[in-house]
Write a protein that binds this ligand. Structure first.
Ligand SMILES: NC(=O)c1ccc[n+]([C@@H]2O[C@H](COP(=O)([O-])OP(=O)(O)OC[C@H]3O[C@@H](n4cnc5c(N)ncnc54)[C@H](O)[C@@H]3O)[C@@H](O)[C@H]2O)c1
Length: 413
């Protein structure tokens, strides 16, 4: 039976998904709520949604089957747990949470309720990650022993305006959000391809020197002054992963926000802003065209939406040749997409997981492995790069596409 979904937070990003949920044949109704009721009302009118709720609690008290959380990045953990405990399936924008305790509470709630939790990690369907998954499955990498993931989004390219919209008069307090607490686009792109996880980390943070009051420890609600950070992780089973989270960087973030490199004993993959290559011991193959997405969409990152239109047009969306679009509902044909063709897949993953009561690819256990390493990396940076152990919550209780209720104490819905 189709499900109903309540969208929480009608800011810059939510509309990209409410429109897809509304189009999905597995969804009956879509509602919205926001602390600023006019934002919820505006989104409802714009997308002809089925209604608004006065607040999050009213939505949880209603009969909606699921909620999709698109609130500010440091707010997700407690909202997710509250929704699961109220009996709702949960889709959460990234990151999963900002502390190990919050992550543990989400995993516990998923186990106990047997409900679906999914984190909407766009890098999981980044063409480079999809391509690396395929090459790995076909044995073309051999053993991957080193990989890199970078999320390179400069503050000057839209983030100032995005944080002002998001944070109001207090925006400088929140614009200092620590880069390594938003690690999922980089880590998720690497670990979305490699079936392993981080076990230890050493991270170096770069103290900001712009002097504009952002990344100022006194002003920051996170007491943070790192604007760039680089972490080297040891991976389970051997090998390493180098992650960059950069907010002050001379890089065309409107062309590429996330970039990846994978090195295996038999083959390797390397990505620049506009060029991607597959390499092995024989030579180099330019796979840029294979990974390119249609440049027909406007900016799909709310932050980049503030970038000048002439730059924005270069930002690409739509599907690439490596995406398996045959699995998507026909109703998504021509629908807005974003983040290199990932939005359609994420919306479909969630609806399919709830309706079929199966584990989505980025379930709570996978989301923890994409998120917690960054939290520990930030702690390492605060301790001058000390190498720290990255705790692990283990594998999901079954492969993707199977029931996640096998070892749950709760009742299946
Ligand atoms: N590539 C990606 O996956 C990607 C890209 C952009 C944003 N995001 C994520 O999406 C989320 C939303 O980003 P955004 O730019 O739209 O933020 P935003 O600040 O523009 O919007 C957040 C909205 O949530 C509302 N809100 C906050 N707490 C609420 C509550 N308790 N109940 C109801 N409404 C509440 C706020 O009033 C605001 O309108 C963030 O977590 C961000 O990390 C992910």
């Amino acid at each position: 039976m189709p499900i109903s979904i309540g969208v929480v937070g009608a800011g810059q990003f939510a509309g990209q998904f409410s429109t897809l949920f509304k189009l999905h044949p597995g969804v009956s109704r879509v509602y919205v709520t926001d602390l600023l009721p006019e934002r919820a009302e505006e989104l409802k009118e714009l997308q002809d949604l089925d209604g608004t709720f006065s607040d999050f609690d009213a939505m949880l008290a209603s009969d909606v089957d699921a909620v999709a959380i698109f609130t500010q990045r440091w707010t997700h953990g407690p909202l997710v747990v509250k929704a699961l405990r109220a009996g709702k399936h949960v889709y959460s924008a990234v990151p999963m949470a900002i502390s190990e305790d919050e992550i543990a509470a989400i995993i516990e709630a998923v186990r106990e309720t047997g409900l679906t939790y999914m984190m909407g990690e766009t890098s999981y369907y980044n063409p480079a990650t999809v391509f690396a998954r395929k090459q790995l499955a076909e044995g073309k990498f051999g053993r991957v022993f080193y990989a890199e993931g970078d999320y390179v989004h400069d503050m000057d390219l839209g983030f100032y305006a995005a944080y002002e919209y998001s944070g109001g008069a207090e925006w400088k307090r929140t614009a200092s959000y620590p880069p390594m607490l938003y690690p999922t686009h980089s880590i998720g792109g690497v670990l979305g391809a490699l079936p392993t996880h981080a076990v230890s980390v050493s991270c170096i943070g770069v103290h900001d020197d712009r002097g504009d009051g952002v990344f100022d420890r006194e002003t920051s609600m996170f007491a943070n002054d790192f604007s760039n950070a680089t972490a080297l992780f040891e991976l389970a089973g051997g090998g390493s992963m180098r992650i960059n989270e950069m907010r002050r960087v001379g890089y065309p973030s409107h062309i590429r926000e996330s970039r990846f490199r994978f090195f295996g004993t038999e083959g390797s993959f390397e990505q620049l802003a506009e060029v991607s290559v597959w390499q092995n011991k024989e030579g180099v193959e330019d796979v840029s065209a294979l990974l390119a997405t249609d440049a027909t969409m406007d900016a799909d990152d709310p932050a980049l939406a503030h970038v000048a239109p002439e730059l924005r047009n270069a930002f690409v969306s739509g599907h690439s040749a490596v995406h398996d679009v045959s699995r998507l509902p026909e109703s998504f044909l021509g629908a807005p997409d974003g983040h290199e063709g990932s939005h359609h897949f994420l919306a479909d993953d969630f609806v399919t997981a709830v309706n079929n009561r199966v584990l989505p690819p980025v379930n709570a256990w996978v989301a923890a492995r994409f998120t917690l390493p960054g939290i520990i990396a930030h702690q390492s940076a605060l301790q001058g790069g000390e190498r720290l152990v990255v705790p692990d919550f283990g594998d999901a209780p079954g492969p993707v596409g199977t029931s996640n209720l096998s070892d749950a104490k709760g009742t299946a819905r």
